[in-house]
Design a protein around this ligand. Structure first.
Ligand code: URP
Ligand code: ZN
Ligand code: ZN
Length: 474
């Protein structure tokens, strides 16, 4: 009896998961991996991946899309262009942020964010929450209910006036995370120190973008990282420190781990590939393109971040894509003018370049194994945010989200990219690989030259985070 059991077979793949690398065919039916093995039966569609690495689709656990901003600032990417760009760079799941405005109900923020996503997404997506106003109603009713509905992670800010919480508020929110098993993410920078330094710099007429880095030295990140660790220890709940930039925060995290504390850590491409010199060595306003927080540091700190990626210190590698065009009155030139550094919208684009940068300069340059690459960019974010094993691996029953890699020289240029931002901070960088194919639930959304929308991205409800990814045990 002959029957068609597969919709698609990817043949002769050199598959890497976070654990293993093995050669096999991948059989897909109904958007799910249903067979792994040699000489699988024929299917309606076949793709030959001979000689190519195949990894799980990327899970970007930290990106910002169409997040409401104070006017006139507006993010360049919403769910359409942002997720198109993700797909073309090999990322098949994104987790942007439903941000509560102070005074707003958290539920209203989530409903508004669903409206913004609409049916525009081209890859699958979940939401983190940003809690800026932990009122008794939010703490007692809204947050527990939203966690139960699949919004199981939230970000807390220790800086930015419109977002930050004080220590007492952070303790209250962490306590909800502990009781209802959610994953708190913390932006750790000391707000008062930054404001004090920024006021002095502005008073002395030092307003250029490069002073952004001067106003946020590593010690402001170190102090807040230590405080976040202390608050987490007091409440007895794991936390994830986002966008770790260099030595001093790394030292705090290593210290916490040595005490047995469950502190997870994230870093991002900007801390491997940019330095504070990219914010300008003179007063050139083009340095605004690389204004993000914490700021990129120096080459010695890049090395410390690479070490943390290879030795297990970091749990996840995210883009922190925060898309503002440069030559744009809604972007890095608010109102059409060059502004003093505290008023430059913070953030840089990176959804599409995250995987190629790390595959090229991490895996192919011999700094990390391909299995560690998969762990950092896909498996660990899926586990940390409650999406594993549906996402983050290549296994029977997992969604058929795959990247087939093409090892060829690519010179990064904004013209190659699919976001709506008018620059990339990685312009001109030579890479050794780029995705040749991205499959979302078995559909080709990127074929190495062209984006195809396919049947679109789906909203994912997150489960309870697996809070101890394999890397943390080391
Ligand atoms: O500069 C940054 N990182 N912008 C995005 C917002 C955030 O804090 O992650
Ligand atoms: Zn942040
Ligand atoms: Zn961010």
């Amino acid at each position: 009896m002959s029957r068609t059991v597969l919709d698609l077979v990817v043949r002769n793949a050199l598959v890497s998961t976070a654990a293993d690398t093995f050669a096999c065919d991948i059989g897909i039916r109904g958007g799910v991996v249903t067979m792994l093995g040699r000489d699988l039966p024929g299917a309606a569609t076949e793709i030959d991946a001979r000689g190519r690495h195949v990894t799980p689709g990327g899970v970007d656990g930290h990106c910002h899309l169409d997040q409401p901003m104070p006017p006139p600032v507006r993010m360049a990417d919403g769910f359409d262009s942002g997720t198109r760009s993700a797909a073309c760079g090999g990322t098949t799941t994104v987790i942007p942020f439903a941000a509560q405005e102070k005074g707003q109900s958290l539920r209203a923020a989530v409903d508004d964010y669903h409206r913004r996503a609409g049916s525009k997404a081209h890859v699958d997506y979940a939401f983190h929450l940003i809690v800026t106003d932990p009122s008794p109603h939010v703490l007692r009713d809204e947050l527990p209910a939203l966690i139960a509905e699949g919004y199981t992670s939230f970000k807390i800010y220790m800086t930015y006036d419109d977002l930050k919480l004080d220590d007492r508020q952070i303790l209250d929110v962490l306590d909800v995370a502990r009781r209802y098993r959610a994953m708190p993410m913390i932006h750790a920078e000391n707000s008062e120190c930054i404001a004090w330094l920024a006021d002095r710099l502005i008073g002395a007429g030092n307003v250029a973008p490069r002073y952004h880095a001067v106003s946020r030295p590593m010690l402001v990140e170190r102090e807040a990282t230590h405080r976040a660790i202390t608050l987490s220890e007091l409440v007895d709940v794991p936390i994830l420190i986002v966008h770790v930039s260099g030595r001093e925060a790394v030292e705090q995290i290593r210290w916490a781990r040595s005490r047995g504390l469950r502190i997870l850590a994230e870093t991002c491409p900007q801390y491997l590939f940019l330095t504070s010199a990219d914010l300008g060595i003179d007063d050139d306003y083009r340095g605004a393109k690389c204004v993000c927080s914490p700021p990129p540091r120096d080459e010695a700190n890049q090395k410390i971040i690479w070490d943390g990626l290879s030795d297990g210190l970091f749990t996840v590698f995210s883009s922190d894509h925060a898309p503002f065009s440069f030559d744009d009155p809604a972007g890095k030139m608010p109102g059409g003018r060059e502004v003093a550094f505290p008023h430059i919208p913070n953030g840089i684009p990176g959804l599409e370049t995250r995987l190629p940068l790390l595959f090229s300069e991490g895996v192919l340059a011999g700094r990390i194994s391909i299995n560690r690459f998969v762990e950092l960019t896909s498996t660990a974010p899926a586990r940390t945010y409650g999406l594993h094993p549906r996402k983050g691996t290549i296994a029977i029953g997992s969604d058929a989200d795959l990247v087939v890699w093409d090892e060829r020289e690519v010179v990064v240029s904004n013209e190659l990219l699919h976001h709506a931002v008018d620059y990339t901070p990685y312009e001109g960088r030579r890479l050794r690989a780029w995705p040749a194919l991205t499959l979302l639930r078995g559909e080709v959304v990127w074929d190495g030259r062209q984006f195809s929308p396919g049947s679109g991205g789906r909203f994912l409800r997150c489960g309870t985070p697996s809070i101890l990814p394999a890397s943390e045990a080391r």
